[in-house]
Design a binder for this molecule. Sequence first.
Ligand SMILES: [Zn+2]
Length: 228
Amino acid sequence: MIKCPYCKVSIATRTDVCPLCHKNLIEAGVSKDEIKKTPLDFPKKGKVPALSGTLFDKVYLLCALNVVLVSLAVELIVFEHIKVSWLILSIIAYFYLFLRVTIRKANLFPQKVLFQALILSVVVICTRRILPEPDAIFEYILPVIYLISMIIMGIFFIVNYKKPSRYLLNLITIAALGFLPFCVDLIEDVHAHPMSIITASLGAAILITLFAFYAKTIVSELKRNFHV
Ligand SMILES: [Zn+2]
């Protein structure tokens, strides 16, 4: 059994990277012989077929493709412009990402909130062409999405303040995103709208508070997540 010199964890399978702290074990001083002596604990991964995915994925995507193609054809032939198809496409994409990313992929609650905010922003920006007032996206819709996400994540963070490290980066990301509508608003309109100012200020307050109290944890979390 290998023992990681950094975090002292015992590793039961053959590997040259510590599964806990992600340090390179050979660089950390573990001998190659010791790693070779440890048996491989799991079978090798087989080949994944090119068209993988569950039955749900296949049926959903096939139906989606048909619906979009039919609506595109109808719109182009009858109305000679594309509007409703954009909306249908974004709704279909939204539900797919919601089920697959928000519900299934994200493990922690703050991660779910962050992914949901990102998916919503992409979908909202995609509908820009068909909205009667596209400016509303950066003036009201995106600021409200980020504001609500920040408040939900902030409450979650306060309730779980004893174990902040796992949620810190999610909260920082959403707080930084809060500046996006404000900046776009400034660039496009010269003056920012109240909603985007509120969101950006809350984002700034969260960032300042986090860096004031958790600077060390943030640095170690960044190192752990991005292997720097
Ligand atoms: Zn380790």
